[in-house]
Design a protein around this ligand. Structure first.
Ligand code: RP5
Length: 252
């Protein structure tokens, strides 16, 4: 097999929309993404946004710049054991991203979030999903957010639903449908988003009201175009919830 040419100098065509794009990110060929593939020339820019390194540290939501000060024995990844590079930085389980450092993420390693998937049918009987339009990228997304200390993932998901979409379902039971790395535009080689997505179905679509990080909140009919246009990997996560819902219906 011919060895694929690494291409470190071409920026990725569509890394992210809006203010999340990292202009210094370089393209990594899929053949070279896995850390187990030898890539001696790999030397991407080391970037941590000032908002993280100054304000984040002052406000207590970001780790110190020196990764050796972080106690990783209290941290975890949904993907299993985390690998580290020779300087002690955690390595993104999804592989090389073309950027080192933490970018706009506060924590070295996994940055934990939770996402609510809320289904309901409209008056014509069509299945809908409650989505928000993110202020930072303008993408439609699940109304999820970062886990607060001491919170269970399901609590985070339902709190974020209330804060971002104005819908309070905090007394309802939810079904877990996904846990793992999100293909988030903020991810770097050393800091990445992970989420737990949960789903619930309600009989009537409650009127949403956008808040917090959301510009808009709306019920959307689920179509292939909607699924493929969602933020990060929210499309595949929503598809997993649809499949699980379908299997549950078949057993009823
Ligand atoms: C995504 O970012 C997660 O799936 C979740 O929806 C979101 C959390 O980040 P913020 O919305 O708090 O920026 O990776």
């Amino acid at each position: 097999m011919t060895k694929p040419e690494p291409n470190l100098n071409t920026p990725k065509p569509k890394e992210a929309s809006g203010s999340l794009s990292y202009s210094d990110r370089v393209k990594v060929s899929p053949d070279y993404q896995n850390w187990s593939v030898d890539y001696p020339d790999y030397n991407p820019v080391d970037y941590t946004d000032e908002f993280v390194s100054v304000h984040g540290v002052e406000q207590g939501w970001a780790d110190p710049a020196d990764v050796t000060e972080v106690d990783f024995s209290t941290r975890f990844s949904h993907t299993g054991e985390i690998q580290f590079d020779e300087s002690g930085r955690p390595l993104n389980p999804a592989g090389r991203t073309g950027l080192r450092g933490r970018g706009k993420l506060g924590k070295w390693g996994a940055n934990h979030a939770a996402d609510p998937i809320v289904f309901s049918k409209n008056t014509r009987g069509e299945l809908q999903i409650l989505l928000i339009k993110r202020k930072d990228t303008g993408d439609w997304a699940l109304p999820g957010g970062m886990v607060d200390p001491g919170e269970k993932f399901s609590q985070t998901a339902l709190r974020e639903l209330r804060e971002e979409a104005g819908v309070n379902l905090e007394n309802l039971e939810v079904q877990e449908v996904f846990s793992g790395v999100v293909d988030d535009p903020r991810n770097t080689d050393n800091a990445w988003m992970e989420t737990v997505a949960v789903y619930v179905e309600i009989p009537n679509p409650v009127e949403p009201r956008a808040g917090d990080d959301a510009d808009e909140a709306e019920w959307k009919i689920i179509t292939p175009d909607l699924l493929s246009g969602l933020y990060a990997s929210h499309g595949p996560i929503l598809q997993a919830a649809l499949d699980k819902r379908q299997r549950a219906k078949e057993l009823e």
